[in-house]
Design a protein around this ligand. Structure first.
Ligand code: NFS
Ligand code: SF4
Length: 621
């Protein structure tokens, strides 16, 4: 099992699954081999019913679809649809948070409150909403309404774009890719990729970047900022990670998915005295709420709630036999879960009207009765505890402490109130640059290996690493999110971390919180009076799999950050398209993609890029 994961807890559970005849994503991945070459290269099209059409990559067969679409057109259209889906997922999540703030302000949302009034007021000021002498509810209502308009069609451009450096905004203006509304850009993707509309791969890619930007500087940024208002802006917090956080003698509930609206209420409900008493009555010592994937990230950032694992561990968590309920909302939830749960006692509880699963119990969650619903869910888990099949329970002992909670505000605080100590360390070459290592797990790559190899080498080379998503959970499990990990960093970065008491790898949150990384990069660029693309900064998604990651790639490169992908995107069948993404984009956006499946080489690419940017800025070493 060692080639499947580098995580010991996961390897143990993979063995247990094999012994118990449980199939996981890895077996299903093997059954898919060989995967379809047309799909891998991005050159099959099903966009109309004259098709499906496919292009022969070797040049012996058809070179165009029935309508005449070329490989570049088809691959670019497919890419655009991936971006649209990813941006839609992030932004629809953002919309739900905006709606929750609206309802909270109206007193219609049960259990929620405005936790960070300071952030509410500063955001309102940013949006030109009067704050003097007004209640937080009045302000929140106006702010939420303003945000709702950003989803449709704004006059001009998205408000948050003003956070970007002037030079970056000029790049977007010049390329004609200033986003004009979050939903609008996504709809336009669908329009353009309809049969017989946009057939120019360059034009398609440009709109892809615009759509990505509407996610990063729009939908995702709203998700982050409004979550902070409702649930509090994260501050450094400690907790524990990996499957060892499950407790043999407690009711274990895993919250899995993405939206903090649900998980925050479950965390609250689990502290309810009545429910705790009920749990004790069933013979349990307590109620243990653990997170998984980005929902895990949301609650670990704010409460230090234990995180059971990342994307490829969702089935393995059930395989422990100790999970009494897994509560899911939206995104990255494998439909296979209910099948695996059927072999144990675990209840899979779906909660979103947008995401139902065959075989799951559905308990619709809405903001109006959030706390009651959360209590009901916790009660189901409590009632399920005595049904555990003792002979199938095996919780691996691996668990690791982490420090998370590095919002932009928390980073500034750690730096003593201004960016200057960080800028000085970068200028002096103590810190060579900053790399964002983000994204998913993917069975094409040994689980967590890409994240760990990349991160370990980068910090050793004095590159500060910032993370979100499943990448951050991988590093939490490996102990890299602790201040003590400074010992594994190079001498420069190590010294800075020791002086500030921070880890060399900063957990900035869930994937929508990559918006925090954008804000940080923009602030650094603004402080130096340069564009983001001039900074010694790079991005990497070593194990990405989701369409959301494609949207992220689009806005990160679109924001001027060179980005290395560790799993191969389905574009290589379009030669000119590939050239555009890896080379041509540089002249338009000041950044491009690289694809490198070998993590060691990926590190080299990042270090070379950082060295080149340092030189161009006139910085030493
Ligand atoms: Ni991001 Fe989070 Fe994980 Fe990938 Fe899925 S949980 S939003 S998409 S798999 S990092
Ligand atoms: Fe084939 Fe063109 Fe229809 Fe796509 S849009 S399925 S390439 S005919």
């Amino acid at each position: 099992m060692g080639e499947r994961s580098v995580d010991q807890a996961s390897i143990k559970m993979l063995k247990k699954a094999a012994q118990e005849g449980i199939e996981t994503a890895w077996e299903r991945y093997e059954k898919q081999q060989p995967q379809c070459g047309f799909g891998l290269l991005g050159i099959c099209c099903r966009n109309c019913n004259m098709g499906p059409c496919r292009i022969d990559p070797f040049g012996d067969g058809p070179e165009e679809g029935i309508c005449g679409a070329t490989a570049d057109t088809i691959a670019a259209r497919n890419l655009l649809r991936m971006i649209a889906a990813g941006a839609a997922a992030h932004s629809d999540h953002g919309r739900d948070i905006v709606t929750t703030l609206w309802e909270t302000a109206a007193g219609e949302a049960q259990g929620y409150q405005i936790k960070d009034e300071g952030k509410l007021r500063s955001l309102a000021a940013e949006f030109g909403i009067p704050v003097e002498g007004r209640s937080k509810e009045e302000i929140a209502r106006d702010l939420a309404r303003e945000a709702m308009e950003e989803f449709g069609m704004v006059k001009g451009a998205l408000k948050f774009l003003e956070r970007a450096p002037q030079k970056r905004r000029e790049v977007w203006q010049k390329a004609g890719i200033v986003p004009r509304g979050i939903d609008r850009e996504i709809v336009e993707c669908m329009h353009r990729t309809h049969m017989g509309v946009d057939n120019d791969y360059v034009n398609l890619v440009l709109h892809g970047v615009r759509t990505g930007l509407s996610d990063g500087w729009g939908g995702s940024m709203f998700a982050t900022e409004f979550s902070d208002i409702l649930f509090g802006t994260p501050e450094p917090v400690r907790g524990r990670s990996n499957l060892g956080v499950l407790k043999e003698d407690q009711v274990n509930i895993i919250v899995h998915g993405h939206e903090p609206t649900l998980s925050e209420m479950i965390v609250l409900a689990a502290r309810d005295e009545e429910l705790l008493a009920a749990a004790r009555e069933k013979g349990a010592a307590g109620i243990n709420i653990c997170g998984m994937c980005c929902t895990g990230n949301e609650i670990l950032m704010r409460h230090g709630v234990p995180v059971a694992g990342n994307f490829l561990q969702q089935e393995l968590a059930v395989v422990t036999g100790a999970v009494d309920a897994m509560v899911v909302d939206v995104q990255c939830v494998m439909p296979a879960l209910t099948g695996v749960a059927g072999c144990y006692h675990t209840k899979i509880i779906s909660t979103s009207p947008k995401a139902r699963f065959e075989g799951a119990e559905h308990i619709p969650f809405d903001e109006h009765h959030a706390l009651d619903t959360a209590r009901k869910i916790v009660q189901i888990a409590v009632d399920n505890y005595p049904r555990r099949k003792k002979e199938f329970v095996r919780i691996p002992e691996e668990e690791m402490e982490y420090m998370a909670g590095f919002s932009v505000e928390a980073v500034l605080k750690a730096l003593g109130g201004s960016l200057n100590p960080l800028l000085d360390a970068i200028k002096a070459g103590q810190i060579k640059g900053i790399a964002a290592v983000v994204g998913c797990n993917n069975p094409k790559i040994p689980h967590d290996r890409g994240h760990l190899l990349l991160t370990e080498k980068l910090i050793k080379s004095d590159v500060l690493v910032v993370q979100t998503g499943c990448a951050a959970i991988a590093c939490a499990k490996a102990g890299l999110l602790l201040p003590e990990a400074a010992a594994q960093a190079g001498p420069g970065l190590g010294a800075v971390c020791r002086a500030l008491g921070i880890p060399p790898v900063l957990h900035m949150g869930s994937c929508v919180d990559i918006s925090r990384i954008l804000v940080t990069a923009a602030a650094i660029a603004n402080a130096l009076g340069v564009d983001i693309s001039d900074l010694p900064v790079a991005g990497a998604a070593p194990e990405w799999m989701s369409e959301k990651a494609v949207s992220i790639g689009a806005y990160v490169v679109g924001s001027g950050v060179f980005t290395v992908l560790g799993s191969i995107p389905p574009v290589l069948g379009g030669k000119k398209l590939t050239e555009l993404l890896t080379e041509g984009a540089r002249s338009v956006l000041g950044a491009s993609f690289a694809v490198e499946t070998d993590p060691e080489k990926a590190v080299d690419l990042i270090l070379e890029h950082i060295a080149a940017r340092r030189k161009a800025l006139g910085l030493e070493g």
